[in-house]
Design a protein around this ligand. Structure first.
Ligand code: GDP
Ligand code: ZN
Length: 323
């Protein structure tokens, strides 16, 4: 008999996809038959982890699930609420969708090694704004600098709380803050899909294990050479967390790709600048040379941090490099 349903893509293994009917974790294989193309998408992967799809399957009875020998067939990809991409290569205009339908991105960074560079963090934050993904900054390894670098930590909070971002302080080593992070991942009842992002060494896998010790996140950097292969392999995978929520791990991703953001639009994705810009004399205002610029005034008064403003100027400057 034929069964039909809707499910979420939780893994892509090359030959097939694994689906689950969240919040159930009833994994079953599915394949793509024929061509599914999303309107206006230049992505190398038509289907990404997090996608909600419609499937059909032939099964002996409606109590049985599709199997590897007899997988479900994905017939439709439902419209994405949001997604994150990375560029396939530096030169091509093609992009690779990392994940979709993300309820919240957790950007894992540390003030210890490997120390976060604020302009890099600001690019990640801008990308989350562009793609409409709510974001939490997770400061890991606080055991190493809470006392010794008190001032640095305070300044960090001033800059990013000031810009309107949520910050969590955690230590995968001591367990500090892990309960709160676990609660944030669980969300409040519904299906809560969380993207975990962080450069190699910040403790992303340690944190995932601290949240749920039964999970086995993959570790280490994946070299770009692999990712540029003809058949781009998807390395991303969704985990079901015992205490609630879902984590999409993104091993090996240094950053996200920004596409199609015009110079004049960059400031729209700095929430604190967007707010202040209402009082600029000119619209649009690039907040650089214009007289009567409320953003520059706010920087001078200290209500917008100089660090964030200079990241913005940096992005205006080398815009071409990152798109
Ligand atoms: P990943 O590459 O981001 O997955 O990082 P790992 O989880 O492999 O951690 C990298 C290194 O940082 C390991 O040596 C961990 O033991 C260490 N580490 C991770 N979290 C913490 C932490 O909260 N405090 C301290 N002191 N070390 C940590
Ligand atoms: Zn202005």
């Amino acid at each position: 008999m034929t069964i039909k349903g809707e499910a979420t893509v939780v893994k892509h293994t090359g030959s097939h996809y694994l689906l689950a009917e969240l919040p159930q974790w009833n994994l079953f294989p599915a394949v793509l038959r024929g061509k599914i193309r999303l309107k206006g998408s230049s992505a190398t992967n038509p289907i990404a982890v997090g996608d909600r799809v419609k499937y059909e399957a032939e099964v002996p009875s409606d109590t049985e699930m599709p199997t590897a020998e007899n997988p479900a067939v994905i017939t439709t990809v439902l419209e994405r609420e949001n997604y994150m991409i990375r560029k396939s290569t530096n030169l091509s205009r093609q992009s690779h969708i990392i994940a979709s339908n993300i309820n919240r991105a957790f950007l894992i960074i540390t003030l210890d090694f490997p120390e976060v560079k604020l302009p890099f963090l600001d690019r990640l934050l801008v990308t989350c704004e562009v793609y409409n993904v709510p974001v939490t900054i997770v400061l890991n390894k606080v055991d190493l600098y809470r006392e010794s670098h008190k001032e640095m930590l305070e300044v960090f909070h001033e800059i990013y709380s000031g810009a309107g971002y949520d910050i969590m302080e955690v230590s995968a080593k001591t367990g500090e803050g892990v309960d709160k992070l676990r609660e944030a991942v669980a969300g409040d009842g519904g299906v809560n899909v969380c993207l975990f992002s962080g450069v190699s060494g910040v403790g992303k896998s340690s944190l995932i294990k601290a949240i749920d010790s039964s999970l086995e996140p993959r570790t280490g950097e994946i070299s770009d050479a692999h990712q540029q292969g003809k058949h781009t392999t998807t390395f991303y995978e969704m985990y079901s967390v015992a205490s609630g929520g879902y984590i999409i791990d993104t091993p090996g991703i240094r950053g996200f790709g920004l596409v199609d953001v015009a110079k004049e639009e960059i400031a729209l994705y700095f929430p604190e600048m967007l707010k202040a810009a209402q009082d600029c004399r000119f619209t649009p205002c690039t907040h650089t040379h214009e007289p009567g610029c409320a953003v520059k005034d706010a920087v001078e008064e200290g209500t917008i941090s100089y660090e964030r403003y200079s990241s913005y100027l940096g992005m205006l400057d080398d815009e071409g490099k990152y798109r």
